[in-house]
Design a protein around this ligand. Sequence first.
Ligand SMILES: Cc1cc2nc3c(=O)[nH]c(=O)nc-3n(C[C@H](O)[C@H](O)[C@H](O)COP(=O)(O)OP(=O)(O)OC[C@H]3O[C@@H](n4cnc5c(N)ncnc54)[C@H](O)[C@@H]3O)c2cc1C
Ligand SMILES: *[C@@H]1O[C@H](CO)[C@@H](O)[C@H](O)[C@H]1NC(C)=O
Ligand SMILES: *[C@@H]1O[C@H](CO)[C@@H](O)[C@H](O)[C@H]1NC(C)=O
Length: 602
Amino acid sequence: MPRARNRRDADAHETKFAMGVLFLIACLLVPAAIYLLPANNNTPPWEPITCTGGNANGESNCTVTNSYGSFPDRTVCRAAAAVYPQTEKELVAAVAAVAAAKGKAKVATRHSHSFTKLACPGGRDGTVISTRWLNRTVRVDVGRRLLTVEGGMVLRDLVRVAAEAGLALPHSPYWSGLTVGGLLATGAHGSSLWGKGSAVHEYVVGMRIVTPAPASQGFAVVRELGADHPDLDATKVSLGVLGVISQVTLALQPMFKRSVTFVTRDDSDMAETVSVWGHLHEFGDMTWLPYQRKVVYRQDDRVDVATGGDGHNDFLGFRFYSKPGVMAARLLDTWLEEKDVDTARCLMARLPMWKVQREAYGFSNDGVSFTGYPVVGFQHRIQASGSCLDDGGGGLLLSACTWDPRLRGGLFYSSGFSVGLSKVAAFVADVQRLRDINPRAFCGLEGKLGVFMRYVKASSAFLGKPEDSVDLDIVYYRSHVEGTLRRHADVVDEMEQMALHKYGAIPHWGKNRNFAFDGAIDKYPRAHEFLRVKNTYDPDGIFSSEWSDQVLGVKGSPSIVRDGCAIEGLCVCSGDSHCMPDKGYFCRPGKVYKEARVCVRV
Ligand SMILES: Cc1cc2nc3c(=O)[nH]c(=O)nc-3n(C[C@H](O)[C@H](O)[C@H](O)COP(=O)(O)OP(=O)(O)OC[C@H]3O[C@@H](n4cnc5c(N)ncnc54)[C@H](O)[C@@H]3O)c2cc1C
Ligand SMILES: *[C@@H]1O[C@H](CO)[C@@H](O)[C@H](O)[C@H]1NC(C)=O
Ligand SMILES: *[C@@H]1O[C@H](CO)[C@@H](O)[C@H](O)[C@H]1NC(C)=O
């Protein structure tokens, strides 16, 4: 009975480890240190573009990555050159130079927050066009409530500029470090089923986009698209393959206030509430904690500007933390996620949410302290946050956003997929069945604040959501070492495959691991219209890369099939070699969704 014996030994080990963890908590006071050791000074944000050569015209011999320093396939992206245009004229010249040379180009932004390999130009000798200095306000038309900004403007600046004119962008992603060009390109959103919904691209009423052109037109042109231009449905969500968005005009609203309250309930009726919550509250969202069988409902509504309150949102997860804090948390995380220690992992899983709830997510009623719900405040102080991007003095200890690669800290996977509103109740019920089989298998997710649910409306954008949906976001541990096993990875994999394949969910363009994009383009009924515009704007595919061709179904597959690929989320396993048979992990059907194929320890 060697196996039973091993299990018993493992249990004994587990108890010992759990005691060890408790000891750690008690003595060192680092429970979820990531949230407990804030820093006082921070460091300039990480640079995703690194070049070793260069002259006055730009930099050469470059590598490009994202703000976590790692694409899902862990390859290093190379580019021959990086340019930093400061005006639209310089931008046109940059595109023309690449087009004349029949090269490849890609826009990279200030921080490049997409997890997927979107920022990498095709081939190995392409040109990176940074929009870093294209971040100015072009025009504010208060009367018509229109704001025109350059494509590289960071969301936090956009929100501030609008507020200074008494205007509000009604919906946005929750993280303010994104650029307007990047967040549009990936269809980024907040949470709402009201009006036009939560995706920023729904509020675009004009654009200027620089595309390649024939030699007779100087190799590059600026195309100006007004509100009624049919191509706007392609350029609003473009994955960056149509050219460079130079300017965007957004339709804003008069400034308003919001009233936010978080309510925790048990999850027994959640399959029903998930389809109605978004109809009840304009900015409602939900955080599901499957292990604790709880749901945190965000009850968030528009209120009159005359309502009292100067609430502020400075989300705890988007603040800056010190290097020792982040490193300690990571050590603990690595141990919890890679070792066979369910008891300890589940114990620790409660801490982040406990901490977050105790500190009201980082909300305050007046910009300083939290005194109770509801928090009432102006839209621009509530809609998004990101204080880890603030300029600080730069202390002795490096401090930055927790995922900054220089901290060697929080590397994680971020999956986001949208299930149609009509199907989400059945999906939730299925996941509850999976949870009931072994609730402790969900502790890893729960330690990263569970399953986050937001509402997004159907869009006319060709690469936007085809139907009203609930977008589910999960964050989970990712090792710095390729092929490292995670405990209960099969449950996450089954949940993702169930969403994508049984319920036809659509992956967020800027999140997810490779396998999620297999066949995804077939879920967009108007994808062919997008490709038609792409062939007109960029017939030579200058702005296309291997990755964009794979996800758009132009050429190749986003899955990478090789030994161990399912462990890294690069493929869905179809044979044991895609898992780690030598470490005891084999390819098996899912527990609830039998058509799933996941790596299971047997
Ligand atoms: C902490 C965090 C929180 C997040 N929160 C949310 C959220 O609440 N909601 C949500 O939907 N998503 C969220 N995301 C995901 C995010 O929206 C996407 O990854 C987004 O695309 C990143 O924007 P970026 O400016 O960093 O663009 P990048 O990742 O640099 O670029 C994305 C793509 O857009 C292209 N591109 C960028 N600018 C231009 C331009 N001017 N012209 C043409 N192409 C361009 C790039 O070439 C690339 O292909 C979050 C991500 C992080 C890291
Ligand atoms: C290009 O950069 C790589 C590192 O990314 C370096 O090893 C190499 O020497 C550089 N080549 C030149 C010509 O600078
Ligand atoms: C543009 O970005 C730079 C940093 O990259 C910043 O210093 C500057 O304030 C930004 N400008 C605007 C108008 O936001």
